[in-house]
Ligand binder design. Structure first.
Ligand SMILES: Nc1ncnc2c1ncn2[C@@H]1O[C@H](COP(=O)(O)OP(=O)(O)O)[C@@H](O)[C@H]1O
Ligand SMILES: [Mg+2]
Length: 389
């Protein structure tokens, strides 16, 4: 006789500890956040226990950047790259977990190597490497990864995925808010006042275009590889934007597209920067003027997208991501949004350095609860789906 062994279902931990892992288009390091989460969506609460940035081995970082810029790679090398990234992500998880009991779950975004949003209604494609199964094996912690594929299968762009997390953590009863992340690429979440009955249906979000990507590439080129970014935007601040050139750059078709839209290094990488450099050289721009002009493009592409695609300008703009440390960029953003209050998400209780990593811990939590993680109005998907594998 076969006796089914019925294992008693373990009661669900009401406050799981989850590690969120994220590396964005800048490939500047792996953000790891250990958080304690309670609630689901409307009652979501997150406490950051620890956060750190774990560096990529330099050779791995260089390989990622080379492949992102279109360098050919064999299938065997892709497999090795996938596992090298997974090992680096597992190390980041182990480092952030040190000194604490093992986390219940990991949510890993992985490293994007290629992102092609749905062109003309065709199915998009987005490739994140650093396979979850290896992270789980190396850490001993169940791992949710590949968050973008289910949204893409539902007809969405697979991006941006952070807006619903922003919505439940940063919405305000009476204020219209925008949350702007300035990573390699910029992305915004618009939050209507949460006292409105159907506020969730009015949340918007999209990638605004370049964040730090063009600035970082230009600084690398101008410093002949000595610098990887312009600390505080100090170099750019010595220059003056060429407004005619910036106006011309703002004619890039991506800025005219209405949401849903998402982008990456494929549009705003070396090829695009080379075009900018050629034009700047033709106009005799000094290095600092070029950096000031690229900063102006970054700031204005954000502001122009708000003016074009929001029902109204926000009362408050909450900033996060590495670009927050670029004082000159923030100054230009403030200049172009004089009536909007600017703050970092830190000032409203959500760590601005680790918000994106925290978001992937939350998405893993929702996966575990069987809750949908995408917002169809944001990604363009036909419906809300559970994200992650
Ligand atoms: N002190 C600083 N001054 C200016 N820019 C900075 C500073 N620190 C970080 N950054 C910028 O932030 C970027 C990393 O931001 P991050 O939010 O991690 O982006 P991503 O999500 O693409 O990894 C760096 O590449 C750099 O351009
Ligand atoms: Mg980063």
């Amino acid at each position: 006789m076969i006796r089914a062994s019925l294992k008693q279902a373990e009661p669900r931990n009401p406050m799981p500890r989850i590690i969120g892992l994220m590396s964005g288009t800048s490939v500047d390091g792996i953000d790891a956040a250990l958080v304690e989460i309670s609630g689901g969506q409307i009652d979501l609460r997150v406490e950051l226990i620890k956060g750190l940035v774990h560096p990529f081995p330099e050779a791995l970082r260089e390989q990622i950047l080379a492949v992102c810029s279109g360098e050919a790679i064999s299938m065997e090398a892709i497999a090795e790259l996938d596992d090298a990234i997974a090992r680096a992500f597992a190390e980041a998880a182990i480092a952030v977990n040190q000194g604490h009991s093992p986390a219940d779950l990991i949510g890993s975004h992985g490293q994007t190597l290629f992102h092609r949003p749905a062109p003309g209604g065709a199915m998009g494609y987005s490739l994140q490497l650093g396979r979850g199964a290896l992270i789980a094996k190396l850490t001993g912690i169940p791992t949710v990864s590949n968050f973008r594929v289910a949204d893409i299968a539902a007809g969405g762009q697979g991006a941006p995925l952070v807006p619903p997390v922003d919505a439940y953590l940063l919405g305000h009863p009476t204020e219209h808010r925008c949350v702007q992340n300035i990573g390699g690429i910029g992305n915004v979440t618009y939050l209507p006042p949460t006292s409105q009955p159907d506020w969730q249906q009015q949340v918007l979000g999209w990638d605004t275009g370049p964040g730090n990507s063009l600035l970082d590439l230009a600084v690398q080129r101008l410093s002949e590889g000595k610098l990887s970014y312009d600390a505080d935007g100090a170099w750019a601040a010595q220059g003056k934007p060429d407004t005619d050139l910036v106006t011309d750059w703002l004619n890039h078709p991506y800025f005219a597209q209405s949401p849903p839209k998402s982008t990456g290094r494929e549009l705003f990488g070396w090829t695009y920067l080379e075009e900018c450099l050629t034009e700047a050289t033709a106009r005799g721009l000094a290095d600092a003027d070029l950096l000031a002009s690229l900063t102006e493009l970054t700031a204005l592409s954000i502001v122009q997208s708000y003016r074009n695609s929001l029902p109204q300008l926000p009362d408050r703009l909450l900033l996060c991501g590495g670009g927050l440390r670029n004082g000159y960029l923030i100054e230009r953003l403030a200049h172009h949004l004089p009536v909007v209050a600017l703050q970092s998400t830190d000032e409203v209780g959500l760590n601005a350095d680790y918000k994106e990593a925290i978001a992937f811990a939350v998405l893993a939590h929702w996966h575990n609860l069987g809750l949908p993680g995408n917002m169809p109005a944001v990604t363009g998907a036909q419906g809300a789906v559970i994200l992650g594998e």
